[in-house]
Design a protein around this ligand. Structure first.
Ligand SMILES: NC(=O)c1ccc[n+]([C@@H]2O[C@H](COP(=O)([O-])OP(=O)(O)OC[C@H]3O[C@@H](n4cnc5c(N)ncnc54)[C@H](OP(=O)(O)O)[C@@H]3O)[C@@H](O)[C@H]2O)c1
Length: 223
């Protein structure tokens, strides 16, 4: 399976690449193909050092090429850039492509971290992205509450739950199996994409709890 990561040069992109390259080919996407290639080389070197065996190859390309070639596409970009990036890329993705949104509509104010969708009455990331997905049922939202700092360290066992929202059982199952490939991550289905705002809102809750209570990159686990 080819997993493409739009904005793969960022922290989350690095984490996804290092976790999934063990079993899959990874395409790092960037607005700048040179930057994508440099990131791919860096992640490949880290993966070789970390794992005894890596089945997948990590390569870097411009975002559009990545969108065209991927079987699974992760949108690892800021909320503010959904319209500009997704309108250009998603109409060019394969009809069968499963699109993953970990995007959180987040802003920092004097009070702390706040959820843009509530504060500014804007759509959830899922709703915004879905406008541009060819096969709308293939969009799945997940990974909002996992910290980049933990994801990028393959030695760390991430003993956490990941909320998943989506409208197509097959697409959700593909994402669930990618979550399970990351040791000790457990997918927790919340419901259809229309409930994604609930999963997205969990991130500012976690970040405020982290700062006010001096916690280190907390996650969520349902017990
Ligand atoms: N960081 C976390 O711990 C965390 C946790 C859970 C969820 N998330 C969510 O995951 C997503 C990615 O997080 P991140 O921290 O990796 O994000 P990021 O580092 O801020 O950005 C990721 C990539 O997006 C591209 N990008 C940045 N500004 C852009 C713009 N104006 N237009 C188009 N592309 C732009 C950049 O790639 P190029 O410059 O190479 O194109 C950048 O490397 C976000 O939506 C975030 O809310 C993050």
């Amino acid at each position: 399976m080819k997993i493409g990561i739009i904005g793969g040069t960022g922290g989350m992109g690095k984490g996804f690449s290092l976790r999934w390259c063990v079993n899959h080919d990874i395409l790092i996407g960037s607005r700048d193909a040179v930057r994508a290639n440099e990131a791919a080389q860096e992640y490949s070197a880290l993966a070789i050092k970390e794992y005894s065996s890596v089945k997948g190859k990590i390569t870097g390309k411009d975002n559009l090429s990545v969108a065209k070639e991927s079987d699974v596409l992760v949108l690892s970009i800021p909320y503010e850039n959904i319209d500009s990036i997704c309108s250009q890329l998603l109409p060019n993705a394969k009809e069968s492509c499963v699109v993953i949104s970990p995007i959180v509509p987040l802003t920092k104010t004097d009070a702390g971290f706040e959820f843009i969708s509530f504060k500014e009455k804007k759509p959830s990331a899922f709703e915004l992205v879905q406008k541009y997905v060819k096969n709308k049922s293939k969009l799945v939202s997940a990974f909002h509450t996992i910290s980049e700092k933990k994801l990028i360290d393959p030695k760390l066992v991430l003993d956490s739950d990941i909320f998943v929202c989506g409208d197509d059982e097959n697409a959700v199952n593909i994402v669930n199996s990618l979550i399970r490939e990351i040791r000790n991550l457990r997918p927790i289905l919340l419901g259809p994409g229309s409930l994604s705002y609930l999963a997205e809102a969990a991130t500012p809750i976690l970040l405020n709890a982290m700062i006010k209570n001096k916690m280190k990159n907390p996650g969520i686990k349902i017990i």
